[in-house]
Design a protein around this ligand. Sequence first.
Ligand code: SAM
Ligand code: SF4
Length: 327
Amino acid sequence: MITLKRLQNISSTRFRRMLHVVKVFKGHSPVYPRFVQLLLTYKCNATCPFCYQDAEKMKIPDMSISDAQVIERNIKKSFNFKPRIHFFGGEPTVNADFVEILKYFSNSGYKTSMTTNGINLLKFGREIVEAEGFKDIHISLNDLDFDRVLSTLKQISDIDVNKSLYITLNCPITEINQDKLIDIVEKFEHSKAHCLTFQHRGFIWHNGFTLMDHKLIKDQYEIIRKRKSSIPILFHPNIKSENIEAYYTDKKFPYNMNKCYFPWFVLFVQPNGNIIPCDEINIMVGNAVTESLKDIWNNSEYVAFRRNIIQNGISHSICHRCDHREY
Ligand SMILES: C[S@@+](CC[C@H](N)C(=O)[O-])C[C@H]1O[C@@H](n2cnc3c(N)ncnc32)[C@H](O)[C@@H]1O
Ligand code: SF4
């Protein structure tokens, strides 16, 4: 096991480069999880038509503060350094214990971050920004209400008097905004966001893809790429211009099918404590409330899942348009 504390602080790019060696461990992960994705709830206060989250999962009860405390103690006991805790969902802020859970991890010395649609930031903005160790927020631009999101960004930035928070604006490319990518850049590059990330529609391959106009997206992608912007503008996945058509039209297009290291360094905890090897893969490999995470991290189910990626590449269809492997 690599237990060096400094592993926590090296950049993600360097870390991912190091992960090329994991193949020799045949499915074992020699590193402790660097990130824990804590899915606080699968429920949401929005109904984005493109969303990949599965309605069936909303039946899973939300994570309670008492379970979150058990999970925190389990992390501390199992791993030699503190992973970053990323609050995710569903919409993490609709969990009734959200603020308590955030403060509990924060007061226990973890770096924390979250992805949110921003709707509840009017209510919880101050608690979030002022939580010790909270360094990174991803706010999603899921609809065309640009003014709401602009004012949320301003509000968050105003609360962050020390300017220590990194604000990323996540913009999924959907049928309703696919003709507005340049407008979005122009509107938000001078906002309070530090980075704008466009996300090609991902994860699930369903009819929504047929509503996507790859030519329109490609034309704007090329203009945005050449343009000088005052903040970084990223595309995830970072597919080349000449592959955009295939990405949207050809199910067999082999987008990065041999590499995914996520299950080697990210731990996904569902609201009921179940551990899944990745966000959308419904294979339960343990439970963080009832079992030791140290035992789960390299148990036979987890190792078999990772080994399958090494031997067969990415074989789950849900993974075909997932961009996690680029982070
Ligand atoms: C599932 S949401 C959960 C967090 C929160 N509710 C939000 O919207 O930010 C996580 C991220 O995935 C993005 N997203 C949802 N469905 C997507 C899809 N089909 N393709 C690409 N990104 C998607 C959202 O815009 C958001 O940035
Ligand atoms: S706000 Fe997030 S989780 Fe909710 S429906 Fe939209 S993308 Fe999905």
